[in-house]
Design a protein around this ligand. Structure first.
Ligand code: IPE
Ligand code: IPE
Ligand code: MG
Length: 253
């Protein structure tokens, strides 16, 4: 048995998920219901994100990966794209130092190419400032697409091979180690809000044996209680990984 599949000693660790991914959907509908511009939905969505991050460690979660902007979201009107970029600037400006003090390591998943240059610089700075923190891992997927990430991981392998590095053949472990999420524990749970039931090109590789929870709540209304409900649903699941017996809900690491 390897370290990642070893059964934990009974009662030695919480049964909840270590790594939770959130598809934060429904900002636009939240705003529409109130006769507000979509930008207001996104702004409230940032508040929901802050509440949710604060609640995660108390639920035993060690890592949150949140979907902020997909490679497909460039198809939205220019004004909305620019609102979303603006929210990254203001979020990092207002929260980076506090997250750093709280021991949060921030990582941004997604292609830097194509982002406004000041956003790319903000991301670099936030990652560098928090690189040595180990209390909690917050991964924000921004300009992220799971297919693109797998392609990039394969390309990295090829580049190393061409450079004469002894990387060997492509294996699942090698490819996984090149993914944007390589610093995170195995993905346990994916939550999508707003009632939609699809992955929209999020964490396709990592989702292989993750549990899925779909909640009807619109993202700007999300917070500690909704997250606790998702974790409770996870607690009722039986994970078998292709075998016949339930594996521990949470793997050691
Ligand atoms: C999710 O909310 C946030 C982003 C995709 C950036 P949406 O903007 O997709 O909201 P709906 O789905 O239109 O309600
Ligand atoms: C997924 O939501 C992307 C984010 C939450 C950032 P979308 O609203 O873009 O997904 P689709 O278009 O409904 O599949
Ligand atoms: Mg949506």
């Amino acid at each position: 048995m390897t370290a990642t599949t070893a059964a934990p000693l009974a009662g030695s660790r919480p049964a909840g998920p270590r790594h939770v991914a959130l598809i934060m959907d429904g900002n636009g509908r939240w705003a529409k219901q109130r006769g507000l511009p979509r930008a207001m939905g996104h702004r409230e969505g940032v508040q929901a994100l802050k509440r949710t991050i604060q609640a995660a460690p108390d639920l035993g979660i060690e890592c949150l990966t949140v979907f902020g902007f997909s490679t497909e979201n460039w198809a939205r009107p220019e004004e909305e794209v620019s609102d979303l970029m603006g929210l990254v600037r203001s979020y990092v400006a207002s929260d980076l130092n506090r997250l750093d003090r709280e021991g949060v390591r921030l990582r941004i998943l997604g292609r830097r190419r194509g982002l406004p240059s000041d956003i790319a610089a903000i991301i670099e700075r936030a990652e560098a400032q928090t690189a040595n923190n180990d209390r909690f891992l917050l991964q924000v997927a921004f300009n992220y697409g799971a297919r693109a990430d797998v392609v990039d991981a394969a390309q990295k392998h090829i580049d190393r091979l061409m450079a004469g590095e002894p990387v060997g053949p492509i294996t699942e472990e090698a490819l996984q180690g090149n993914l944007a999420t390589s610093a995170a524990p195995p993905l346990d749970l994916i939550v999508r809000t707003s009632g939609e039931q699809r992955l929209s090109n999020f964490l396709l590789w990592e989702a292989a044996y993750a549990e899925l929870v779909f909640q009807d709540i619109l993202w700007p209304d999300y917070g500690p209680q909704a997250l606790a409900e998702a974790v409770a649903q996870f607690g009722g699941r039986e994970r078998r990984y292709g075998g016949l017996q339930a594996a521990p809900a949470r793997v050691a690491g």
